[in-house]
Structure formats: C-alpha cells, structure tokens
Write a protein that binds this ligand. Structure first.
Ligand code: NAP
Ligand code: GDD
Length: 332
C-alpha cells in the first residue's frame, strides 16, 4: 500500500486530493496545524475525514516536519500549505515569505535528510506570471507582483534546485485558479456564490467587490488534484501548467452566478475600494498543452458547470441549515 502525506489538509485542495488518493488505495496522512481544528469541516464535507490520519505540523517549525515524515513514512508528499491569499500577503508580507516561501525549503531539506526517495509535489501558482502576456505556459517568464507571488516563486526555484542539485523527484504544478463549493469564502468566486445565495434567500441585498475587470482562468479543484497525482507517477520529475485555457472577468463570473438564480447581477454588485489591491494581476490564461500531451490530463468541468455547482451548494446550505448545523456539530 502506497503512503502519502498531504501538508495543508484543511484547505480547499487537501480533501479533494485525500479522496482521490484514498480511492486509489493509498494510506493518507494529513499534516495540519492544531489551531485549525475548525477547518476540518472540509474533510467532513467530502466524507473523507475517517480515512485520513492527522499529524500536527507547522511549516514554520522544521522539527514538526521531520517528525511528521518519520511518523508517516510517505512515498509521496504533497505540499498544499501556504498563506495563500494574495490580498493578505500585502499586509502580512513577512509571514507569507516565511510560510509560503521558506516553509517549502524546510520540507525539501527534511526530505533530503530523512529519505531522498520520497516524491514531492509543490503547489506553485499562475500568480508567479504576474502581468506576463497571456497565454502563459511553462516557457513564459515569471513577473511576480505581490509578496505572495514572490514567495511562491522562491519555493518554485527551491523545488527545481533540489531536483537538479540533489536528484530529488520534486515537481511543481503551476496551477491556475481552481474553485469548488469548499473554496475559502475570502476568495472572489466563493464570496460571489455565497452572496448570491444570501441575496436569493433574502438575508442580504448587496455584494461589495474590488476589481471587476480582472480576468482569471477558473477550473474545478476536483479536476486539478488529479493532475498533482499524475505528475508524481511520471518517469521523470518536471513542472507543468494546469489550466482550462479559457479566461473570464470577475464581472462575467457575477453575471453567470446571478443568472443561476434568475437575477440581474448589476442590481446587486457594488465596488468598494477597500477590496482593491495595491497591485493586481490583470489577465491570466493558461496553456495546458504540455499537461495534456505528457500527463494525458484535461479538465472535465467547464466554467458554467463550475459556477452552477458553487451557487447550488451555497443555496443548499441556506435552505437546509439544520443539516449543516448537524454536520458542524459532528466535528467540533
Ligand atoms: P487554502 O484553502 O488556502 O489552504 C491552505 C492550507 O495551508 C490550509 O490547510 C492551511 O491550514 C495550511 N497552512 C497555512 N499556513 C500553514 C503553516 N504555517 N503550516 C502548515 N499549514 C499551513 O489553499 P488551496 O486553495 O487549498 O490551495 C492549495 C495550495 O495551492 C496553496 O499552497 C495555494 O497557494 C496553491 N494554489 C492554489 C490555487 C487555487 O486557485 N486554489 C492556485 C494555485 C496555487 P489552516 O487551516 O491551518 O489555515
Ligand atoms: N478575494 C477577492 N475579493 N478578490 C476580488 C474581489 C473581492 O472582493 N473583488 C475583485 N477581486 C479580484 C481580485 O483583485 C483578483 O483580481 C481576482 O478577483 C481573483 O481574486 P482571488 O479570488 O482572491 O484569487 P487570486 O487570483 O488573487 O488568487 C488565487 O489564485 C491564485 C492562482 O492564480 C489564490 O487561490 C492563490 O492562492 C492562487 O495562487
């Protein structure tokens, strides 16, 4: 039986990846911060909590990483942990560098010291491209323009340098935005779909947003975790862009989400300057040709289906509050 350690199990991608690996017969360990017990709801939501053995781990503490590796004895480590919110990285630039950047070197060096045969996946990001001209591919030059993107680029190069310098099987997936019903509510897609559901139910009458013209290549998290696994099954470690190849503005996301409940978005969305960033990435559009060719990977859920899935899940939450309260009470 193969063994995997997922670091960042309590985030959006962790439970989707855990579910995929459990279905493939893996023994799955989840590295999580003890302070984050409240975020375990995502594992319950995908009904995978019972299958994951949790291990306390913090990326700022190398001793905890070494201990987690010794305890789980993994064949594969997936690092999904990060301070991942771009907006907050401008306010917490040092913590972001410490966790999102340096934290990855701590994992790489722990692998080198304990068992260099462990395969490693690093969650790199399309944010590293900044305002480089679209479509962005593995050949596009990086132009990070936020503390988050700079930290991720440091981690990206560290992963590559441990691969080249020490021969580790270390890959980076350069993932474009991917979303789902368990996306953090601070990210724009979930903020919109939750807002649409609240407005439809009569609990709220507006959604306040920042830059409506930003363009993103949005896919479904469930599809993207499959690409992570595929990367670690190849003969050679490499880096891959994972994207849909289709881009939409935040405005278009609003339009689509409101149309799912028969409302006109223009009546309910307002711009509030406090949600504008000191620097934003304007246009992300990925070219996933290499992943299609070498990993035989392609996304299954399209933009419309993704928006509908998220709106319906948020509506269901407000329509069946008792079910969700019960689910919440089960795991506190
Ligand atoms: P997410 O929902 O923000 O989850 C981040 C995870 O990191 C959480 O489990 C969080 O745990 C954990 N974490 C934060 N600081 C930590 C620390 N000091 N030590 C250990 N764990 C820590 O992110 P996601 O959407 O699942 O994304 C997964 C990864 O892919 C992230 O690295 C993100 O930057 C990257 N990425 C995401 C996207 C996307 O569109 N989703 C695209 C490209 C790349 P707590 O519960 O304790 O906070
Ligand atoms: N969060 C947020 N809140 N974003 C807003 C808002 C708002 O009220 N209004 C407009 N936006 C715009 C942001 O300025 C940005 O241009 C776009 O919506 C998407 O913002 P987020 O959903 O916060 O995602 P992100 O693209 O900044 O970052 C996500 O994707 C990256 C991959 O490209 C995160 O998941 C990162 O961790 C990930 O690396």
């Amino acid at each position: 039986m193969k063994r995997a350690l997922i670091i960042g199990i309590t985030g959006q991608d962790g439970p989707y990846l855990a579910k995929l690996l459990v279905n493939k017969g893996y023994k799955v360990y989840g590295g999580y911060r003890r302070s984050s017990t409240r975020n375990l709801w995502r594992l319950h939501y995908l009904d995978v909590k019972k299958d994951v053995e949790l291990i306390s781990l913090d990326l700022i503490d190398q001793t905890s990483i070494m201990a987690a590796i010794k305890q789980s004895r993994p064949d594969e480590i997936y690092n999904l942990a990060a301070q991942s919110f771009v907006g907050v990285s401008f306010e917490e630039a040092i913590a972001t560098g410490e966790i999102t950047g340096l934290g990855v070197t701590r994992i790489l060096d722990s692998i080198r010291q304990t068992n260099p045969r462990i395969k490693f996946y690093q969650a790199s990001t399309s944010e590293m491209f900044g305002d480089a001209l679209p479509p962005q591919s593995e050949k596009t030059l990086f132009e990070p323009n936020s503390p988050y993107a700079a930290a991720k680029l440091y981690a990206h190069w560290a992963t590559k340098s441990y691969r080249q310098g020490y021969g580790l099987f270390a890959c980076s997936g350069i993932l474009f935005n991917h979303e789902s019903p368990i996306r953090g509510i601070e990210f724009v897609t979930r903020k919109i779909t939750d807002g649409v559901a609240r407005i439809k139910m009569g609990y709220s009458d507006k959604i306040y947003l920042g830059n409506l013209d930003a363009k993103r290549d949005w896919g479904f998290a469930g599809d993207y975790v499959e690409a992570m696994w595929l990367m670690l099954q190849q003969k050679k470690a490499d880096d891959y862009v994972i994207a849909t190849g289709e881009s939409h503005t935040v405005k278009e996301f609003c339009e689509e989400a409101f149309s799912c409940v028969g409302l006109n978005w223009q009546k309910y969305v307002e711009v509030d300057k406090k949600f504008l960033r000191p620097n934003d990435v304007h246009y992300l559009l990925g070219d996933p040709a290499k992943a299609k060719k070498e990993l035989n990977w392609q996304p299954k859920v399209n933009f419309k289906e993704l928006v509908k899935m998220m709106v319906e899940a948020d509506l269901e939450k407000y329509q069946n509050p008792l079910k969700h309260t019960r689910q919440f009470l089960k795991h506190i």
